[in-house]
Write a protein that binds this ligand. Structure first.
Ligand code: GSH
Length: 229
């Protein structure tokens, strides 16, 4: 049976949506990253990068949400794009744009905006600027069709959905007013039973919420070097 290493944050959410949409059976293994469980040896044996999500399927061991989505699409024959048709090429580009643009830049925007110590104006401006630019590109793409790959619901949409749920936290509470096509897309996906199941999944577990010393040390271990002087 598939084992899904999960935390209720954007990258695992993409995978949770796939698992629910595809109706796959899976066992959830919660990884409480604010308690440092991502650094435990048993988890590092599955994901040496110490981040969620990860997934095992028999002997197959996967980490990185985009790799997992591509694997599951191949395994099930659902929600993927395998060929070299122009639409498949375009979908692949957008999938990687989410993996290498939306995720890392929005993640850093959140880090500097909400968690980094002062002075941070330069970093906040850089990452927020890029995150806003990236989300505008997604919004424009979604003005051209129902989904990221035209009229086909795919892993690109699941990838966008995982991160877009955090748009107000990333860009600000009024962000939906500036991204109407993304808002339309989110309303549509949020209405799907699979999205409701992902929301229910988060409620099955009690993950640490406090951003206290343990959480900061677990999520931002680089700060130990600053403290050491
Ligand atoms: N490229 C990776 C990034 C994974 C990632 O950053 N995961 C976050 C949650 S969205 C995490 O586990 N953070 C805990 C940490 O950084 O210690 C992916 O797409 O899976």
């Amino acid at each position: 049976m598939i084992k899904f290493y999960y935390h209720p944050s954007p990258n695992p959410a993409k995978v949770a949506l796939f698992l629910e949409e595809a109706g796959l059976e899976y066992e959830v293994v919660p990884v409480d990253t604010r308690k440092g469980e991502q650094h435990e040896p048993a988890f590092l044996a599955i994901n040496p990068n110490a981040k969620t999500p990860a997934l095992t399927d028999g002997d197959a061991v996967l980490f990185d949400s985009t790799a997992i989505l591509m694997y599951l699409a191949r395994k099930t024959g659902k929600f993927g794009f395998e060929g070299t048709a122009p639409t498949d090429a375009e979908a692949l580009s957008w999938l990687m744009f989410v993996a290498t643009g939306i995720g890392p830049y929005s993640g850093q925007a959140v880090h500097f905006k909400h968690f980094a110590p002062e002075p941070k104006d330069y970093a906040v401006n850089r990452y927020l600027f890029e995150a806003e630019r990236h989300w505008k590109l997604i919004d424009t793409k979604l003005s051209e069709g129902q989904y990221m790959a035209g009229d086909r619901y795919s892993i690109v949409d699941m990838s966008v959905w995982g991160w877009a749920r955090a748009v107000p936290f990333i860009l600000g509470e009024d962000a939906w007013n500036t991204l109407p096509n993304l808002k339309r897309f989110m309303d549509e996906i949020n209405a799907r039973p699979a999205a409701a199941a992902v929301n229910a999944l988060a409620k099955r577990f009690t993950f640490k919420q406090d951003m206290d010393d343990q959480a900061r040390d677990s999520l931002f271990p680089q700060n130990r070097r600053l403290a050491a002087g």
